[in-house]
Design a protein around this ligand. Structure first.
Ligand code: NDP
Length: 288
C-alpha cells in the first residue's frame, strides 16, 4: 500500500491511487490467462486498486479475466468498464451494463465510461440520461467519459446532469502530450480529474526514444529507476491525473507500482520538456 501514497480526488471526494491497471488485450490468448489474472492480483497487492476494462476488450474476455482476478476481493478493487457508443442509448445501455456486470461477476461498477463519443445528434444527452438511470439503480456508482476533447467536455457540461461526469479518460504519455495545451488546463480549472491511457506509449517507440537520450538516462539513474518509470511518473506529476498502465509480467507490474514513488524535480521536468516539447498550439486529441 505504501507504494501508492499519492492520490487523485474524484468530484465526490473518493480518493484513488494515482496508478491503476489497464487490461486491453487481456483474455485474448487462452495460454496467457493465468498470468494475466496473477498480474492483476499482484497489482492489487501493491495497492493498484483501479482496474480498467471495457465490453469491447476481447469481446468481453478482458472483463472475465478481471472478474476472476477480483473474485473474493471485490472490495479491494475500483472497477471501471466502458460502454460502446452504439450501446450508450436508452434502449441498450441497461443490457450492456448488465452483461458487463455478469462477466465481472459483480453487482456494481465503481465507474462506467462512455468509450468514445457517438456521432448522432442528441446522443450525448441520451447517454447521460442512461448513465444517470444506472447510477440511481446502484448498478454503477459513478460515470465518466473517454476520448473527449475540450469542445466535447464543454458540450457535456451544458447538458442536464452532464456535470455529474467524474472523469475523462484520454491518451496521454510523454510522446503524446497535446492535451497539455488546453484540455488538461480546462480539467484543472474545473477540478475534474483525468485518466491517462496508454501511459507507456503501449511499450512501443517511446521506449527507444527514452533510451536513446542521455538526459533521460541521467534522470533515471538519479532516481534509480528505468526510463519508462520516469515516463510513467511524468504522466502523474500533477494531482489531477491517474494513469492505467497495462502490465502482464509481475516485473512490469512492480515497476509500474514503484513509479508512483518517484518525485520528479523542476529540473527533471525542464529536461523532459526539452526532449518532449509542450505543445504551443491546439492539437486534436490523440486517440488509439
Ligand atoms: P500501455 O501504455 O499501458 O503499455 C502496455 C505495454 O507496455 C504492454 O505491452 C506491456 O507489456 C508493456 N509494459 C508494461 N509495463 C512495462 C514496464 N514496466 N516496462 C516495459 N514494458 C512494460 O498501453 P495500453 O494501450 O494497454 O494502455 C493502458 C490501458 O489503457 C489499456 O490496457 C486500457 O485499459 C486503457 N486504454 C483505453 C483506451 C480508451 O479508448 N479509453 C485506449 C487504449 C487503452 P506486458 O503486458 O508484457 O507486461
Amino acid at each position: 500500500e505504501a507504494l501508492q501514497s499519492h492520490t487523485v480526488a474524484l468530484p465526490d471526494g473518493t480518493s484513488l491511487p494515482r496508478i491503476g491497471q489497464g487490461t486491453w488485450k487481456m483474455g485474448e490468448y487462452p495460454e496467457k490467462k493465468k498470468e494475466e489474472i496473477k498480474a492483476l492480483q499482484f497489482g492489487l497487492d501493491l495497492g493498484m486498486s483501479v482496474i480498467d476494462t471495457a465490453e469491447m476488450y476481447g469481446d468481453g474476455q478482458s472483463e472475465q479475466i478481471v472478474g476472476e482476478a477480483v473474485k473474493n476481493r471485490r472490495d479491494e478493487a475500483f472497477l471501471i468498464s466502458k460502454v460502446y457508443p452504439h450501446n450508450a442509448n436508452l434502449s441498450n445501455i441497461h443490457k450492456a451494463c448488465e452483461k458487463s456486470l455478469q462477466r465481472l461477476k459483480t453487482d456494481y461498477l465503481d465507474m462506467y465510461l462512455l468509450h468514445w463519443r457517438g456521432l448522432s445528434d442528441g446522443s450525448l444527452q441520451e447517454t447521460v440520461e442512461g448513465l444517470e438511470k444506472l447510477r440511481k439503480e446502484g448498478k454503477i456508482l459513478r460515470w465518466g467519459v473517454s476520448n473527449f476533447d475540450t469542445s466535447d467536455m464543454k458540450e457535456l457540461m451544458g447538458i442536464e446532469n452532464g456535470s455529474n461526469c467524474s472523469i475523462n479518460q484520454v491518451l496521454y504519455h510523454l510522446g503524446s502530450r497535446g492535451i497539455d495545451f488546453d484540455l488538461l488546463p480546462w480539467h484543472r480549472e474545473q477540478q475534474l480529474p483525468m485518466m491517462a491511457y496508454s501511459p507507456l506509449g503501449q511499450g512501443g517507440s517511446l521506449i527507444s526514444q527514452l533510451m536513446n537520450n542521455l538526459d533521460i538516462k541521467e534522470i533515471a539513474e538519479k532516481h534509480q529507476a528505468k526510463p519508462l518509470q520516469i515516463a510513467l511518473a511524468w504522466t502523474i506529476r500533477t494531482k489531477e491525473i491517474l494513469a492505467i498502465p497495462k502490465g502482464t509480467s509481475q516485473n512490469h507490474v512492480m515497476e509500474n507500482a514503484e513509479a508512483a514513488t518517484i518525485e520528479l524535480s523542476e529540473d527533471d521536468l525542464q529536461k523532459l520538456d526539452k526532449v518532449f516539447p509542450k505543445p504551443d498550439r491546439k492539437m486534436p486529441l490523440d486517440i488509439i
